[in-house]
Design a binder for this molecule. Structure first.
Ligand SMILES: Cc1cc2nc3c(=O)[nH]c(=O)nc-3n(C[C@H](O)[C@H](O)[C@H](O)COP(=O)(O)OP(=O)(O)OC[C@H]3O[C@@H](n4cnc5c(N)ncnc54)[C@H](O)[C@@H]3O)c2cc1C
Ligand code: FES
Length: 607
């Protein structure tokens, strides 16, 4: 903190004005991006010190908002939180999202934080440190000070403080090389774990971003399909992580011993199980024909991209989110798509009937055909696929079948732990499954509270949160409260986000417009909001991710049936775009991109 007598560079600046009369202004290169009327002139600050650039009048910053600036070519945001000004990197270190479109708010666990708009990485506003993945790097932080009511910044990032080494005599073995594993590895080293760390992965690649496989990546030249690595390939050697390529055939939680398919045996003081899930195949006649696919890994994505061409027809069986995302991507490629779903409406249990209906209509607007309540009897063909047959006799000709019917936890090889009815490893809220054994991500099922129900992460950010929580538990800093899970889906450029524990709900209140994909749906269970589904309300969802209870207390203090102006909207009523409080908007979001309309060759045809 600077004082009137002895100005110093400060990581964050108090808003108390500091005067240093008579100092010359140093020239500054300042590009103004903020929401103000007119940009301040470069070098306008009367009291600049060498290295510090005058940026903006303090009075132009609004409490709790992130104002974007480019100073000497450096993108940054200025954040005023609780009277303190912070200067932080303007782009998220994960994928470069513009941080200014996220939220700056207060977290019960981490204090003042900023949240990335795209995948909700959370960073400390005071230090830039990563608090919650999916980013695996801190947000750069710049010295900032306030002089005579002007905010000044030195556009040179402050060094990232290193955590003191700890746990030197111990070892951690991470089994499985996906998102949860990468997060555990990063957290261990970020927080100074100095013991040995070993990763066992069975895919040819080191942990990569699986979520892109059914999105834009399927449109790429198959030979060039390469999902982004979660941690740079050099990160492992640089951080002393030993990578072993192999498949775990057995793990015994009592002895903490893992056996690999090549006979190698591994053990460690702590073991993190992170073997994820496996795409569920429907066990019908013909499911092994050439041209029947599931999509879980990069090799499968390459095969699908190489063999499915625009003039063909594909039947997508199952109707889970991966299935719907593949449908959207294949339509962009011009492929004919029919979705055969075993239930009356895909994804309604989480996204609500109202939102699920709108998503289905979006697909229909883009030429996808649906068969609901369908019972798949067989996939027929000779060597390769000719079509699918339903139990009511309907036949749908196609060249390929892709099954997107959910995932099965990959825990058969694990012995000596409690398992859920689905076969996932049951863990407590510190991700512990047995003494010094943790399970995270899609292979785990979390028991919430001593008598709480089981929650299966099933999505990317919750999997990475699990990896981080396990690492923190190993390092003796267990997390007090697990963050409320969040995930997103992207279809035809529409990004729908969910925040909640996936609990069932009995009423849904939709604010905004389903029709134009600018809405927030509150899922009520009695007098409690248990879930939020939103599109175009990025900032509001950032706030909900950080403090769900506070967000719903502020935004929905009373159940709808106690508000005379807002009758209870059941999910079925809300279907079709009925709006309880139309036009309310809680935050900013990128304008949705228009859907692409393409012809749909070969879509649903009875035979
Ligand atoms: C195509 C696709 C798209 C998705 N899109 C989204 C999305 O948009 N948003 C979202 O929130 N979520 C999405 N998800 C879900 C998300 O990717 C998963 O929830 C997340 O990857 C789970 O991480 P994980 O580390 O638990 O498991 P995984 O990512 O499945 O990683 C587990 C790893 O362990 C390996 N393994 C398994 N068994 C063994 C063994 N016996 N020995 C050694 N290694 C083993 C596996 O091969 C794999 O590499 C998507 C999933 C898929 C498949
Ligand atoms: S771009 Fe910020 S978390 Fe992904």
């Amino acid at each position: 903190m600077s004082t009137p007598e002895q100005p110093q560079s400060t990581p964050s600046a108090s808003t108390a004005p500091n005067k240093k009369p008579g100092e010359e202004a140093a020239p500054a290169l300042l590009t103004f991006e903020g929401p103000h009327e007119s940009p301040p002139a470069a070098g306008a600050g009367p009291l600049e010190e060498p290295g510090f650039k005058d940026v903006v009048a303090l009075g132009d910053l609004k409490e709790g908002e992130m104002a974007p600036f480019t100073v000497d070519g450096v993108s940054m945001v200025l954040v005023l939180l609780g009277g303190e000004v912070h200067a932080l990197g303007g782009k998220c270190p994960h994928r470069g999202a513009p941080m200014a479109q996220g939220a700056a708010c207060h977290s019960l666990d981490h204090g003042p934080v900023v949240v990335c708009p795209w995948h909700k990485a959370v960073f400390s506003a005071a230090t830039g440190a990563l608090e919650q993945p999916p980013a695996f790097a801190p947000l750069p932080r710049y010295p900032v000070r306030v002089q005579v009511g002007r905010v000044q910044v030195r556009p040179v990032p402050l060094p990232v403080p290193e955590a003191p080494p700890t746990g030197g005599g111990q070892s951690v073995l991470v089994l499985g090389g996906g998102a949860a594993a990468a997060s555990a590895l990063y957290t261990l080293r970020e927080l100074g774990f100095a013991g040995t760390v070993t990763l066992v992965h069975d895919e040819p690649e080191l942990p990569y971003d699986r979520t892109v496989l059914c999105k834009s990546l399927l449109l790429a030249d198959p030979k060039r399909i390469k999902a982004p690595l979660l941690l740079d390939k050099d990160w492992y050697a640089a951080h002393g992580v030993r990578c072993v390529h192999g498949h775990v055939t057995r793990f015994d939680a009592q002895t903490r011993r893992a056996s690999l398919d090549d006979g190698l045996q591994l053990t460690a003081s702590h073991v993190i199980l992170a073997m994820g899930g496996q795409a569920r195949m429907v066990p019908v006649p013909g499911c092994t024909l050439e041209g029947v696919y599931v999509l879980h890994n990069q090799a499968q994505a390459r095969r699908i991209a190489a063999t499915v061409t625009p003039d063909q027809a594909v039947v997508l069986v199952g109707g889970d989110l991966v299935c719907l995302e593949v449908a959207a991507t294949l339509r962009q490629k011009g492929v004919g798509v029919t979705v055969v779903a075993p239930h009356p409406l895909p994804v309604a249990a989480t996204f609500t009937i109202a939102v699920a209906n709108r998503l289905v209509r979006l697909h229909e607007e883009n030429g996808v055909a649906f068969v609901f309540d369908a019972d798949l009897k067989a996939i027929y063909g000779a060597g390769s696929v000719f079509g699918v047959e339903l139990s009511d006799g309907m036949r749908i000709p196609c060249t390929h079948v892709l099954v997107g019917a959910g995932e099965l936890p990959q825990a058969e090889a694990v012995a000596g732990v409690e398992k859920s009815p689905e076969g996932a490893v049951v863990v407590d809220e510190s991700m512990k499954a047995a003494s010094h054994v943790y399970a995270v991500g899609d292979m785990a099922s979390i028991r919430r509270g001593s008598e709480g129900g089981l929650f299966s992460p099933g999505h990317w950010r919750p999997a990475e949160i699990g990896g981080r929580v396990a690492a923190l538990s190993i390092m003796g800093s267990p997390v007090r409260d697990l963050p409320v899970p969040w995930f997103w889906t992207q279809q035809y450029g529409r990004r729908v986000e969910y925040c909640g524990w996936g609990e069932p709900f009995d009423a849904v209140e939709v604010r905004g417009s389903l029709e134009s994909f600018d809405f927030m749906a509150f899922c009520w269970q009695g007098s409690r909001v248990v879930g939020l589904v939103a599109c175009g309300h990025t900032r509001a969802m950032c706030q909900a991710v950080v403090d769900f209870d506070r967000f719903v207390r502020d935004e929905a203090p009373q159940p709808p049936h106690l508000r005379p102006a807002n009758p209870v909207i059941t999910d079925a009523q809300a279907e079709g775009g009925q709006s309880a409080t139309a036009g309310q908007r809680h935050g900013d979001g990128a304008p949705p991109s228009p859907p692409t309309l393409l012809p749909n060759p070969g879509a649903v045809g009875g035979e």
